[in-house]
Ligand binder design. Structure first.
Ligand code: MG
Length: 393
């Protein structure tokens, strides 16, 4: 084989520290290997075919779905996360299919109305073990999806489930067995999971600039103090002084993403070169993640994050919506918890079973599962059906 050819082949091969299917810790219910796909491709395909994935179409990222068709929703956000993470995975010779699966699944447990919804449900569940959207994503793929004859949930591989569970309190980790161990020992997940995690942050930081401008909450002048934005703005306006506003925004955001992702790939590769992990187990044993940004890029990224928190997430129009959302979810939860017979039959049955096994916290968990699974518009409709006497039930 010529040297050029062998180098090209090496680039296509997974690095030793990537997630190799042969070393997978497997599925909870053993299944025959797929004929034409890898195990991680099968994970990805199961996620795409799940109900929870389809519901992400109508779940808020920051802007509520009915505010405009062009804003990100959780599904377009998840696809953008997957795109960013996959590009980096290929460049770092990591497992692309696993990276994609984790990225597409990372928000499956999100409540309606974004973080306001999660906070509201967590407050409702305080006496019953709380509500974490991360843990809920795992619950969706492990328990709540019912599509297969042989098992509950999607029966995903350990590596995919490990990637979905980004954070977890030590108390909850104890109840999770093997999957929870790393939170107790303070260890890391696979590089593919670390990548999906950082790609999530890169995706929302950048697309919220675009959505924030679209909503009229921020403009170029506001953003000129944000270094990440300012650098690309100066370059693009010098190169294309007559560019219209929309194309200017897109061109800048595209370059911002490219800047951060390039830094991510270079920084991570040089950390890998230093650490020389020989396997996924070496990666897991480390005290800190290997995937990351350089200090300079991290500082700029955090600066953008602070800007967005102040100027977009705390904009009065967003706050009005989050206040409404919080009220809607709390009232839904309270009404169903007080009388589970108000829930549709399948959720009532789940609540009766869960209450029989775990008492009031079992009842609360079933109500939380129902409420968390709602889309924004379904939650609004359910709220009207319960509280507006003129609405049909
Ligand atoms: Mg996300």
């Amino acid at each position: 084989m010529s040297r050029v050819k062998s180098r090209a082949t090496a680039r296509l091969m997974l690095a030793p520290y990537a997630a190799h299917e042969a070393h997978s810790r497997g599925r909870r219910h053993p299944e025959p290997k797929p004929d034409f796909r890898s195990e991680y491709q099968r994970d990805r395909d199961r996620i795409i075919h799940s109900n929870a994935f389809r519901r992400l179409v109508y779940k808020t990222q920051v802007f509520v779905n009915h505010e405009g068709d062009l804003y990100r929703t959780r599904i377009t956000h998840s696809i953008e996360v997957a795109q960013i993470a996959r590009s980096a995975a290929v460049a770092l010779r990591l497992n692309e299919a696993l990276t994609e699966a984790v990225s597409l699944a990372h928000d499956l447990g999100h409540t309606p109305f974004g973080h306001a919804g999660q906070d509201a449900l967590n407050a409702c569940m305080r006496r019953f073990g709380g509500f974490e959207h991360n843990l809920q994503s795992l619950r969706v793929v492990d328990e709540l999806e019912e599509r297969y004859a042989e098992f509950r949930g999607l029966n995903l591989t350990f590596e995919c489930r490990e990637g979905i569970l980004k954070h977890c309190s030590v108390r909850n980790a104890r109840a999770l067995g093997e999957l929870g161990e790393r939170f107790i020992r303070r260890q890391q997940p696979s590089l593919e999971a670390q990548l999906a995690n950082l790609a999530d942050e890169i995706a929302y930081n950048n697309h919220d600039v675009d959505d924030g401008i679209r909503a009229g909450f921020i403009d170029f002048r506001d953003l000129s103090d944000v270094r990440l934005f300012r650098r690309e703005y100066d370059v693009v306006t010098a190169l294309y002084p007559d560019l219209g506003e929309r194309r200017l925004v897109y061109e800048i955001v595209r370059r911002m993403i490219n800047f951060v992702v390039t830094d991510l790939i270079n920084t991570t590769q040089s950390r890998l070169d230093d650490a020389r992990p020989k396997s996924i187990e070496d990666v897991r044993r480390r005290a800190k993640p290997l995937v990351g940004l350089s200090d300079a890029a991290r500082a700029e990224h955090d600066e953008l994050k602070r800007f967005l928190r102040e100027r977009v997430y705390r904009h009065y129009k967003v706050l009005r919506m989050t206040t409404k959302a919080r009220r809607v979810l709390k009232e839904l939860f309270d009404a169903f918890f007080d009388d589970i017979h108000l829930m549709p039959t399948e959720h009532l049955d789940a609540a009766l079973r869960s209450e029989k096994d775990h008492g009031m916290s079992g009842r609360a968990r079933a109500v939380a599962d129902y409420v968390a699974g709602m889309t924004d518009r379904y939650a609004i409709l359910e709220h009207r059906r319960l509280f507006d006497p003129a609405e049909r039930t």
